[in-house]
Design a protein around this ligand. Structure first.
Ligand SMILES: Cc1cc2nc3c(=O)[nH]c(=O)nc-3n(C[C@H](O)[C@H](O)[C@H](O)COP(=O)(O)O)c2cc1C
Length: 374
């Protein structure tokens, strides 16, 4: 500590950075340091260079391991923390999965199904069993990790599953991410009804928990900017843009429906990049970018567009967990190259409002001027 107070600003920055990956900034306080040594050490003066505040949580950097099958295994979560992620989103508990499990049990116990009491019992047992496992996992993750643990639920309705939100809070999760995906495939449902359904879910969950709430959405909205902006006016703390839907494919010889690409490609970054840039100046909550971030460069692009954090999933499957270290290193080097002392120094620098060519974000048809190809 003495070394820190007696060194020059550059030495201090270097020493602290080497030791803790923390950079001291705001040199105007230097004079105060000589009079009040305690001041020099105060936490307000020592800020992590990559640190961000997401959903009211302090993250050591903006890279989040997004919800996927990798995040239902405690060893994976521990390794992801060691590799450097700022937070983890657990594998989702599916509202549909709970109901599916319940239906499966119903069909196995056809005799008992005839009795409504038994129906209630099995239903309750199935839901509690799934929930218990999830709750235990949250507790285990919280006891073994020091980074924030965000629980996740995939849902399509505001039915009685919302009670689970309270239990998730009691288990000690730091936040809750709701993945709501209502595909507008029902020709009888108009846009207003669909949007109301989203709001009903959010309102119902907010009544059940005080946990910071993030909503993960797709991009199937006719009035996306209006809908998402309004969603951010309430108590929602973050929007995760976007969920990547399961994509069906067809096996043309066997006449079967198969799964399309399970993992994203780097080329898919542009849809979320566009919308992060278009919305980050408008919404009153954090944005976490999701889909197509496969490199440190992609993380920086999303932050420049205005994202507070960036979630990664496919790249962890494709390249392994070591990619997190590469991303953190790339981010560090980029910030040094441009003289950025904190993430805030460049967050949103290329948003719709801040960019010198905002029209490019709204452009959807090809034109030689923008794409360089006729
Ligand atoms: C195998 C796999 C499982 C996933 N499971 C979930 C899930 O349970 N809940 C969820 O919200 N998103 C889930 N996702 C979506 C990811 O969190 C992410 O939003 C999407 O894959 C796009 O990000 P990426 O391009 O970094 O993969 C899953 C993705 C993959 C590849």
């Amino acid at each position: 500590m003495t070394t820190l107070r007696t060194g020059t600003q550059t030495e201090i920055e270097f020493t602290v950075h080497k030791l803790t990956n923390i950079t001291i900034h705001d040199s105007k306080f230097r004079i105060l340091d000589s009079f009040f040594p305690i001041f020099a050490l105060s936490k307000t003066r020592i800020m992590s260079k990559l640190a961000v505040n997401y959903l009211g949580l302090n993250l050591k950097n903006p890279i989040i391991a997004g919800s996927s099958g990798l995040n239902k295994n405690i060893e994976n979560l521990i390794e992801l923390e060691q590799k450097g992620v700022g937070a983890v989103v657990l594998k989702s508990l599916f509202e549909e999965q709970i109901k599916f499990e319940y239906m499966k049990q119903m069909s196995q116990y056809n005799d008992t199904y005839a009795y409504p009491e038994a129906d209630d019992y099995i239903r309750e047992y199935t839901e509690m069993n799934e929930m218990d496992k999830y709750i235990d996992f949250i507790r285990e993750a919280k006891s073994k990790l020091s980074i924030p643990v965000i629980a996740s639920i995939n849902c399509i309705s505001s039915s009685d599953w919302v009670e689970f939100a309270t239990k998730i809070e009691d288990a000690g999760a730091d936040a809750l991410e709701l993945n709501i995906f209502i595909l507008p495939s029902d020709e009888k449902l108009d846009a207003k009804e669909i949007e109301e359904r989203y709001r009903d879910i959010v309102d119902a969950v907010l009544k059940k928990t005080k946990l910071p709430l993030a909503i993960k959405l797709g991009y199937h909205f006719t009035d996306m900017a209006r809908f998402m902006t309004q969603l951010s006016w309430g108590d929602v703390k973050g929007l995760v843009l976007f969920n990547r839907a399961f994509s069906p494919d067809i096996d043309i010889d066997n006449f079967k429906i198969t799964a399309g690409n399970v993992f994203s490609s780097e080329a898919e970054l542009s849809t979320s990049l566009r919308w992060v840039a278009l919305l980050s100046d408008k919404v009153r909550c954090d944005i976490s970018a999701s889909t197509g971030a496969h490199s440190g460069e992609a993380i920086i692009k999303q932050i420049l567009a205005g994202a507070t954090t960036v979630q990664i999933s496919s790249v962890l499957y494709k390249k392994g967990f070591g990619v997190v270290e590469e991303m953190v290193e790339f981010l560090n080097q980029y910030m040094d190259k441009h003289g950025f002392k904190t993430i805030e120094d460049f967050k949103g620098k290329m948003s719709f409002k801040e960019s010198t060519n905002p029209a490019a974000y709204e452009r959807v048809q090809f034109m030689k001027h923008f794409a360089g190809i006729e």
